[in-house]
Each structure stands twice: as structure tokens, then as C-alpha cells.
Design a protein around this ligand. Structure first.
Ligand code: APR
Ligand code: PHB
Length: 391
């Protein structure tokens, strides 16, 4: 088998890359280790920045998103028992954020792939990549029990943090930058109508809490917890009690309660690999970087990477020029590091750290108080939250 671009991974990065390449007349094959049902049902993040919405709409995959996505003007920051609204649409000259679950994005992109008649293989096994610094890199894998080899011009390493593409690069060619946080998030989905029209990020002395949503009937909530928190210790009653303690404001606002339909613990880390390219392999999305979820940036960063990559590949196939491809990593990393900074800042401002003392707690409250009282500071938060320009 031969194709122009071999793509490992059908997450937001791999699927969007395949679609953007298709729009430019470039062939690709997408290989995914899991089943279609699995990737279309996996509950993950759900906030799209304006930059991502614009890209999806321009690429013709934004129809359902525009119909079903919940457009928000801003968020609330809550501390010391009060909620403060940050009107991002007003602060950024009309930009907004859209709540639309990641697995809905996946469904739309899988459908676009099938409609285009583009190859996408699910349940592939034993995937490995070869000759990545040669002229004809190869992907070997097994599909339906049969060993296969796919020869490509380029490889898209879109297989997430635990994938095989990054580890195929010689260790000395990469530098990893990493930071772990001494906490995780316990996340739940509840069958309850959201009690606020917009997200509420809460700083509380018992730890961070986040109120989010998925639809007019489903609330999504997160609690700061230990990184290795044992879910068995969290009955529904305990979850709701902790949620109410952290979230309830003096004016009586609190999440509405309902049956918990899904739960899980996420650990938190910041991670960047430099460079994002090696030979003919281009890493994108979680394969190249991880952000803590506080800034809601993981999916958005993945989509931004492949927008840059698809443009560079399109220029190569149209003109034979490699300069955009050669600059792929450099172009992405400038934005990646800004988004890393923003995600780290949001995380640091809103969580309790075990190493913190009373001084740090007062400093955090002072930062939130300053932020919510300063138009300049709120504008900085807003322009990062709704999405920095692509370049
Ligand atoms: N072969 C084929 N597919 C693989 C392999 C492999 N060896 N290893 C992993 N995969 C698949 C995974 O099953 C997954 O579907 O690659 C896909 C990677 O997708 P994501 O993890 O969603 O990564 P990405 O597309 O970069 O999107 C980043 O997803 O993890 C969230 O919070 C993250 O929102 C961010 C976004
Ligand atoms: C979510 O709804 O899953 C969500 C929202 C905001 C975040 C992270 C996750 O910062």
C-alpha cells in the first residue's frame, strides 16, 4: 500500500489533519488502534475556542457544531463566596467559546472522512514506523489479522501521549520539558440541567471545583483531588456534598444535583517535546504536548497544530517548496508555549498546592481579586481563553 501521508491516530489531531489534507487534494490513510464505537463514545473535554470553531466551519465540518454547540460569551470566576463574570465577547471584540463535547467533534470528523471516501482503518494492531529520516517512511501494522505495510511521503504522528510515534524518534534528537502537579481532577457527568448558563471556575480553601455542562440536560463537574484518588471512596453523596461545599456562593448559587452517569480521575501535567518534527515524521496534538485541563486547551492545541501542518504539506505538494514544512515545529512551538503558560497560570491560580501556606492562599485570593477588578487583566485572560491567532 502507498499513500501521500500516513496518519497514526484518529483523535482530533489525526482526523482533522486527514480532512484538511483531503480539502487540498492530498491523500492520506488514517490508522486507529481502537474501534470506531470506542473513539466516538469516549468522554473527554468539551470547550472549543473561537479559533477551533472558525477552522471547523471553514473546513465544512461545523454544521452540527453550529446547530448544537452552546455558545458562551464568557465564564465565571468564583472565590470567597462570590461569582465574577468575565464577558469575553465584549473584551475580545466579539469572540466567544462553544461547549461541544470532544466525542461529538470526533463523530463529525469520522463522518466527514467516510463521506469523502478516505481510508480509515480501526482496530489496527502492532503499529510501528520505520525509515522516518529516509525518503520513503513506512508504517507496519496488522489489520484483521493480516500484516500490512504502508509506504508514505510523510507521517503524521497523531497518536496521543502514549502513542508509538514520539518514541520512534532517537532519544538524543528530542528534549522533553515537563511539570507534574500534585493533584488530579475527579470528573463526573450528571443528569441535571445546568444551573448556570456559563462555566464557573471556583477557587476554594478545600480545593478547585469546576462547573461545566454538555447539553441543556447534562452537567459536567470536576473536583480537585489527589493525583491517584481512589474512586471507590467517592459515593454519589460524598461527591455532591463536596461539590456543594466548594461551589455554593453567598447568593445561593450551586450546581443542580442529579444521577451521576459517568465518573473518572484525570492526572494533571504540562509536557512539551522539542522538536515536533524529525525527518519526515511530524508530531501533532497530545503526541507532542500535554496541558493541564484548567485552560480547556488540549483539543484546541491539537487542531491548531494540524492546521499549520496541513498548510505546510499543501504548499509542498503545490510548489515543491519545503520551507513551511521545515518551519512546522518552530511555528507551532511559539503558540504551544504561550498556551502552556496560560494553562499553567490558570492551574496555579485556581488550585490549592500541598506546599502552599496561608501567605500563598492570601496571594491567590489577591490575584483573583485583582484579575476580576481589572479590565486589562480580564482582557488578557479572555484573549487567551477564546484562542490566540494561529500565527
Ligand atoms: N496506533 C494507532 N492509533 C493509536 C496508537 C497506535 N499505536 N496509539 C494511540 N492511538 C490512538 C488513540 O487510540 C487515540 O484515538 O491515537 C488517538 C490519539 O488521540 P488523542 O489522544 O485524542 O490525541 P489528539 O488527537 O492529539 O487530541 C488531543 O485529546 O486527549 C485529548 O485532552 C486531549 O483534548 C486533547 C486532545
Ligand atoms: C469540560 O467541560 O470538560 C471542561 C471545561 C473547561 C475546562 C476543562 C474541561 O477548563
Amino acid at each position: 500500500m502507498r499513500t501521500q501521508v500516513g496518519i497514526v491516530g484518529a483523535g482530533p489531531a489525526g482526523l482533522m489533519l486527514a480532512h484538511l489534507l483531503h480539502l487540498q487534494g492530498i491523500e492520506s490513510v488514517v490508522l486507529e488502534a481502537r474501534s470506531r464505537d470506542y473513539i466516538e463514545g469516549r468522554v473527554r473535554a468539551g470547550v472549543l475556542e473561537q479559533t477551533t470553531v472558525d477552522l471547523m466551519v471553514q473546513a465544512g465540518v461545523g454544521e452540527r457544531l453550529q446547530r448544537q454547540g452552546l455558545v458562551h460569551r464568557g465564564i465565571y470566576l468564583s472565590f470567597s463566596g462570590r461569582r465574577h463574570h468575565i464577558d469575553m465577547t465584549e473584551l475580545t471584540g466579539g469572540r466567544s467559546l462553544t461547549v461541544y463535547a470532544q466525542h461529538e467533534v470526533i463523530k463529525d470528523l469520522v463522518q466527514a472522512r467516510l463521506d469523502a471516501g478516505g481510508p480509515i482503518l480501526f482496530d489496527v494492531e502492532d503499529v510501528s514506523i520505520h525509515e522516518i529520516d529516509g525518503a520513503r517512511p513506512k508504517i507496519r501494522f496488522r489489520h484483521q489479522g493480516q500484516p500490512q505495510e504502508l509506504e508514505c511521503d510523510f507521517l503524521g504522528g497523531c497518536d496521543g501521549y502514549h502513542g508509538i510515534c514520539r518514541t520512534a524518534v532517537p532519544e538524543k534528537a528530542l528534549t522533553a520539558y515537563e511539570r507534574h502537579y500534585p493533584f488530579g481532577w475527579l470528573g463526573i457527568l450528571a443528569e441535571a440541567a445546568p444551573s448556570s448558563e456559563e462555566l464557573v471556575y471556583t477557587y476554594h480553601e478545600r480545593g478547585f471545583a469546576l462547573f461545566s455542562m454538555r447539553s441543556p440536560m447534562v452537567t459536567r463537574l470536576y473536583l480537585q483531588c489527589a493525583p491517584d484518588e481512589d474512586l471507590a471512596g467517592w459515593s454519589d453523596d460524598r461527591i455532591w456534598e463536596e461539590m456543594m461545599t466548594r461551589c455554593t456562593t453567598r447568593d445561593g448559587w450551586a450546581p443542580k444535583q442529579g444521577p451521576v452517569i459517568q465518573r473518572g480521575v484525570t492526572d494533571m501535567r504540562s509536557f512539551v517535546i522539542e522538536s515536533m518534527q524529525y525527518g519526515r515524521l511530524f508530531l501533532a496534538g497530545d503526541a507532542a504536548h500535554i496541558v493541564p485541563p484548567t485552560g480547556a486547551k488540549g483539543l484546541n492545541l491539537a487542531v491548531a497544530d494540524v492546521a499549520v501542518l496541513a498548510r505546510a504539506m499543501a504548499e509542498f505538494y503545490r510548489t515543491g517548496r519545503r520551507d513551511l514544512l521545515d518551519r512546522y515545529s518552530e511555528t507551532c512551538l511559539r503558540r504551544v508555549w504561550k498556551v502552556q503558560r496560560f494553562s499553567w497560570w490558570m492551574t496555579s491560580m485556581l488550585h490549592r498546592f500541598t506546599s502552599d501556606n496561608d501567605f500563598d492562599q492570601r496571594r491567590q485570593i489577591a490575584e483573583l481579586d485583582y484579575l476580576t477588578g481589572s479590565r486589562a487583566a480580564m482582557t488578557s485572560l479572555a484573549e487567551n481563553y477564546v484562542g490566540l491567532p494561529l500565527d
